[in-house]
Design a binder for this molecule. Structure first.
Ligand code: ADP
Ligand code: MG
Length: 856
């Protein structure tokens, strides 16, 4: 099928050649059609019927179509699955040689979406660009729906991990990397590989200079930041190719430094469940879900950013604390502020839609409603805004823009400009006079028949309409010669004559053209209006961001008030003193039970706190709660404790719960060791280390030895000596406190009452009882032989202390206490251990013991 393919097929193939990596949505009438391989993909991914279309004599190709009006939903699904979609529209009014010109108007990718329906309101939609050379990297990111555009440089021996951590912090949905750079591991964002030449320094620098119409990079603080320039320049080129309309939103480019924020590596972010849970990746159950009481989409996005980047600057932290404190104390103000914010639309994204000319009529009414609320919100601060002053100062009333929207936009305009009625009457005399003239003309024509009968005295006179002649006056043949002299004869029928008059043709033109003209004038007025509103974009965006800040601060204050949090004292010295601290998430999730608060108070000279205790007694909860409290303190939030004093922490490292995680391709133990090595390489004396069950992923002796050596290293290395919480079930490690002066032992208190074990969740000084586990087993009603045998094995292990242990296999065989038909085994099969609480499990054992063991 070479020469004789249809012209439209030729057109399709030419366009498709330019977009080999995207699915091409080819507009044909009311459908977007896909062909060939694309059709097979879309029909498979979207469950569409695969049909075919003839493209030459006797040749058909696969085709699958999507109705134009439902495209958004299908687009969303393809983007979600990681595809790029090139949208090819018909352009121009007329076909040329029977064929409409067509061109690709944009390429939809995850990072360049603008459709409100496809975006998440509570998150930024970041497109990131990455360049890596040896141990240095540049990361730039942009959100084309809000105009945020920023870049930074990183340096690290393990540069890929550092880049990954930053991308995870950003939550980038799409990551643009040069071909050949491998970032795959652990990123949720969609990786878009682009040719390396797109990242060439000169080309990228030029892209930036061109876009901002400047002569040098100095104004952006990017002089010498070669890697940042390359990443930002690549992003600009990419947006140019995929979503050129959005370029004008990118009004500025800032640089940032990761040294402004507490560093949290990817594993720590996951482990601490800052913005999503480990288990199901949902926000619910994360720290964010506790702190987020925001009322607006821009507030939601901002508080997520805050949670993702705790601060390092005392001044800024205290500024935020002051503001939160003010709103905690002023309960009325907080309530009124939050009520005032609740109805607001997403002003930040609206402004950007207006600037990029993607706004529809209802975007303007949403903006109008939001602007109407501003004076009321400002009014809340008339008596003074205290520590909120610098924010309230950026909350502009935007009266001029509101007045314009009030005057120009109808109360309830149609959804699109395709229908008339967008502009309010009284705004444009031109528009009003056309609407009025058209109304008048309709009336005039409606009255014409009566008026003409009267004037001419001709009874059988009728006014009619047809497509060919438009309006006409028809007089039956008999009376036709009485027609007045101003009638112009137009058509002769068998029984009648048809006439027109020049006047009536004028009115007719008015009526027929009015709708087109109204549409055209409304379109022009609407674009003007967007231009004027867009001209105040800076003012409006500043206001939107001030609203976001007030919203986020009020949210932290609300959380503090509801949860009875206190303001932590954040200091420059090296201390950690939390009294009666609680875990912000776990304390909320306990049903009926009380959360037991715990202190974390490091005395001078204390470096490592070893915490022992049985499984499920609360070790991990305690560890995480200390990390979360420090982190919350540094984001400016209040904390769940009776009091807290926290010396600035530069980084938090965690190594938690190997068994909870599933890593593709790497053994759990390998991952554990990589993460631990990372901690030992990067922690400083001002870091906070959370080590939970290190060594669990390997055999006991390996595990103990590694755990032991790690504690020693942290304790003794002069550059480390970081506050460390070390939870372990190896009570061998409690011996460390005798050998190293900075190690303290703690354990989780347990009580036994009525033959039942109760976890008190209280962390108390001292190591756990050595035979504790066996003791618990006994209490729980384990069969006596098991308990005795366990005691024997333990003694054997102790005697051999460290050497390879041989356990007498004969003795071990006596352990087979449960034959296969045992009713208890049957019952055991029915149980889902994941849904049992530890207490339930112990009590179950107790029950079995009564039921089966004492009987036999
Ligand atoms: P471990 O790490 O010792 O195995 P976890 O920290 O995972 O134990 O805690 C197990 C469960 O105990 C938690 O899910 C929670 O329900 C409960 N728990 C932990 N700490 C407390 C506490 N301080 N107060 C009340 N319940 C707690
Ligand atoms: Mg644990």
């Amino acid at each position: 099928m070479s020469d004789d393919v249809t012209p439209i097929r030729q057109q399709y193939l030419e366009i498709k050649r330019q977009y080999p990596n995207a699915i091409l949505f080819f507009r044909l009438g009311d459908f977007y059609e896909t062909f060939d391989q694309d059709a097979e993909t879309t029909s498979r991914e979207l469950d569409l019927v695969l049909t075919s279309r003839p493209v030459a004599r006797g040749v058909r190709v696969p085709m699958a179509g999507i109705p134009h009006h439902a495209a958004e939903n299908y687009l969303a699904r393809l983007i979600e699955k990681g595809f790029h979609v090139a949208i090819c529209e018909q352009v121009g009014e007329q076909p040329i040689k029977g064929l409409f010109p067509r061109e690709v108007v944009r390429v939809v990718t995850p990072g360049t979406l603008i459709e409100p329906g496809l975006l998440k309101g509570d998150q930024n939609n970041y497109l990131a660009g990455v360049t890596v050379v040896e141990n240095r990297a540049g990361v730039a990111y942009v959100d084309i729906t809000t105009g945020e555009f920023s870049a930074t440089e990183l340096q690290s021996e393990d540069i890929l991990s550092a880049v990954r951590a930053e991308l995870i912090r950003l939550g980038a949905v799409e990551i643009l990397v040069p071909e050949g750079v491998d970032l795959n591991n652990g990123l949720s964002g969609h990786l878009t590989r682009w040719p390396a030449w797109r990242f060439e320094p000169a080309r990228c620098q030029e892209a930036i200079l061109n876009h901002f119409q400047v002569g040098a990079l100095d104004g952006f603080g990017m002089r010498g930041m070669n890697m940042a320039v390359r990443s930002a320049g690549a992003i600009l080129q990419y947006v140019q190719e995929t979503q050129p309309g959005a370029l004008k939103l990118l009004a500025g480019l800032s640089t940032y430094s990761l040294s402004e924020f507490m560093v949290l590596d990817a594993a720590t972010r996951r482990n601490l469940e800052l913005t999503e849970t480990l288990r199901d990746g949902q926000v619910e159950g994360s720290l964010l879900s506790v702190l987020d009481h925001t009322a607006t989409p821009m507030g939601k996005r901002l508080i997520r950013q805050w949670v993702s980047k705790p601060l390092l600057d005392l001044e800024t932290i205290r500024g935020r604390q002051e503001a939160v404190g003010h709103l905690v104390e002023q309960g009325m103000l907080r309530a009124e502020l939050r009520a005032g914010l609740r109805p607001l639309a997403d002003l930040e994204r609206l402004v950007n839609r207006v600037i990029s000319l993607h706004a529809g009529p209802r975007d303007l009414t949403a903006m109008r409603d939001t602007l109407r609320s501003l004076p009321g919100l400002r009014g809340l601060f008339l008596q003074g805004s205290g520590p909120l002053e610098h924010i309230v100062a950026r909350l502009h009333e935007c009266g001029e823009q509101l007045a314009l929207l009030e005057a120009a936009v109808a109360d309830e305009p149609p959804a699109t400009l395709a229908n008339p009625g967008v502009i309010r009457s009284g705004y444009s005399t031109e528009l009003d006079s056309i609407i009025e003239a058209s109304r008048h003309a309709r009336e005039w024509i409606a009255n014409l028949e009566a008026v003409e009968r009267e004037r001419t005295g001709i009874k059988p006179l009728k006014v009619g309409y047809n497509k060919v002649f438009g309006y006409y006056i028809e007089i039956s043949r008999g009376a036709a010669d009485q027609a007045p002299s101003d009638y112009i004869r137009k058509q002769t029928l068998v029984n009648a004559e048809r006439f027109i008059t020049p006047e009536m043709k004028e009115y007719e033109a008015l009526v027929l053209n009015a709708e087109d003209r109204i549409r055209e004038i409304e379109g022009r007025l609407f674009r003007d209006l967007c231009g004027q509103i867009g001209g105040a974009g800076r003012l409006l965006l500043e206001t939107a961001r001030a609203l976001a800040e007030l919203d986020s601060l009020a949210s932290l204050a609300e959380t503090a008030a509801l949860g009875r949090y206190v303001r932590p004292e954040v200091t420059a010295d090296d201390m950690l003193d939390i009294r009666d601290g609680r875990h912000p998430v776990v304390e909320r999730s306990l049903k009926g039970e009380r959360f037991v608060p715990n202190d974390a108070l490091f005395e001078p000279g204390e470096i490592v706190r070893v915490i022992t205790g049985p499984n499920m007694s609360g070790k991990s909860t305690f560890l995480r709660q200390v990390a979360l409290i420090a982190l919350m303190a540094q984001m400016g939030s209040f904390v769940p404790a009776a009091s807290a004093r926290i010396g600035l922490v530069d980084r938090i490292f965690t190594r938690i719960g190997a068994q909870d995680e599933i890593h593709a391709g790497q053994s759990t133990f390998m991952v554990e060791m990589i993460e631990t090595a990372n901690i030992l390489h990067h922690a400083t004396g001002r870091s906070l280390l959370i080590l939970d069950e290190i060594g669990r992923g390997t055999s006991t002796y390996d595990g103990v030895s590694i755990a032991w050596a790690v504690v020693e290293y942290i304790h003794n290395h002069p550059a480390l000596r970081a506050h460390t919480l070390f939870a372990t079930h190896y009570h061998e490690l409690t011996q460390l406190s005798d050998l190293l002066p900075g190690v303290r032992n703690y354990n989780v208190a347990v009580s036994e009452a009525d033959g039942k074990v109760v976890f008190l969740h209280k962390i108390v000084p001292g190591g756990a009882d050595r035979s504790y586990g066996i003791h618990v087993a006994q209490l729980a009603g384990m069969p006596k032989p098991v308990v005795q045998r366990a005691g024997e094995i333990m003694r054997t292990l102790e005697q051999s202390s460290g050497k390879a242990v041989k356990i007498n296999p004969e003795a071990a065989q006596q352990m087979a206490l449960f034959p296969e038909t045992n009713p208890m085994v049957e019952e055991l099969k029915e149980i889902d251990p994941n849904s049992l609480s530890p207490i339930e499990a112990l009590n179950k054992i107790y029950e079995w013991q009564k039921k089966y063991v004492s009987k036999g």
